[in-house]
Design a protein around this ligand. Structure first.
Ligand code: NAP
Length: 300
């Protein structure tokens, strides 16, 4: 391997330490403890694991964390009743509704029902609009984590060609919106690719910074990457692996073994983008509590 490893665990630990310090200051100066509420509908075991790790991280940062676990049969009326309570609870500053929701619940309707001042996942239309307008309040955690990884490892996106593969609302679109903004932490030239993109490899080979958020193991191969590129692998895919007790193993969207021979820097999976997502969720929850403490709570 010739590429430098971008260690998401280490950078996430730095961010979490900074958040914990600011949580302590907020308590001391304003007697406010940031509160995070996570709502989980259904019994998906992967989602339950994510919820537990988010809560553990929040508590370790000195925050109050609570979960609201509801059965898969929960109706929209029942879910909205829980969200209404959380929207009105002065001890809760951030609300996260774990996605995906069961099919009968419209995710857009649920996101729009959140108090935008508590939208720490950054998926409410108000949060998305503010990001696009260059006045971000809550940036979705994964894109925010990607930007921090780049900046904290000396790979400023400024003036670079960033190619994003994937156009989801939680990664592809917001990371493109974030990195194209007119400020020194961004200022990138951004291209967004998806399944209808023609000649994908011709475009990815132009990337100074390549962000893969596709959801397919080994979709990005070495021939698609320019020598010396910085490669950020967002993908989380399970592939069969008989050597593991579980019979499977976690890999990203990038063919790590070959791409790492070509790239200047690369994120591993696991241990790359994943830990940053949790760290930035905590940073958003802290920000929500800081806004509340400074009297900006309640307005959208
Ligand atoms: N580590 C983390 O914290 C984290 C956070 C979020 C997501 N993820 C992972 O990131 C991956 C992407 O998730 P997501 O929710 O952002 O996306 P998603 O909703 O699963 O959508 C995938 C996107 O990739 C595009 N795509 C699929 N195949 C492609 C191909 N061969 N070439 C180019 N584009 C292609 C799709 O294009 P169309 O729009 O044309 O269908 C779509 O925009 C998943 O593995 C997910 O588990 C990880």
């Amino acid at each position: 391997m010739t590429a430098t490893l971008i260690d998401g665990k280490e950078i996430a630990a730095q961010v979490r330490t900074e958040v914990a310090e600011d949580v302590a200051k907020l308590k001391q100066q304003h007697n406010v403890t940031p509160g995070l509420a996570v709502v989980l509908v259904g019994d998906d075991s992967a989602s339950a694991l994510y919820v537990a790790s988010k809560q553990k991280a929040a508590r370790e940062a000195g925050m109050h964390a609570e979960d609201h676990i509801m059965p898969a049969s929960t109706t929209m009326v029942e879910l909205k009743a829980v969200i209404t309570k959380l929207n009105d609870d002065v001890n809760i500053h951030g609300i996260l509704v774990q996605l995906p929701l069961p099919d009968h619940l419209d995710e857009h309707e649920v996101m729009e029902f959140l108090n935008p001042m508590k939208d720490v996942d950054g998926l409410h239309p108000v949060s998305m609009g503010l990001l696009l307008a260059g006045r971000p309040r809550f940036v979705p955690a994964t894109p925010a984590g990607i930007q921090q990884m780049l900046l904290r490892t000396g790979h400023s996106p400024e003036g670079r060609h960033v190619v994003v593969c994937g156009r989801s609302d939680i990664v592809g679109k917001p990371v493109a919106a974030l990195l194209v903004q007119r400020n020194s932490d961004a200022n990138a030239t951004v291209t967004v690719c998806h399944t209808r993109t023609k000649n994908l490899a011709d475009i990815t080979r132009q990337a100074d910074i390549l962000i893969a958020a596709i959801g397919k193991a080994n979709a990005i191969t070495a021939d698609m990457v320019k020598d010396g590129a910085v490669v950020i692998d967002v993908g989380t895919n399970h592939i069969p692996d008989a050597s593991k007790k579980s019979g499977r193993r976690l890999v990203g969207d990038v063919d790590f073994d070959t791409v790492s021979q070509k790239a200047a820097a690369i994120t591993p999976v696991p241990g790359g983008v994943g830990p940053m997502t949790i760290a930035m969720l905590l940073a958003n929850t802290l920000k929500a509590a800081q806004l509340a403490a400074s009297g900006q709570f309640g307005s959208s």
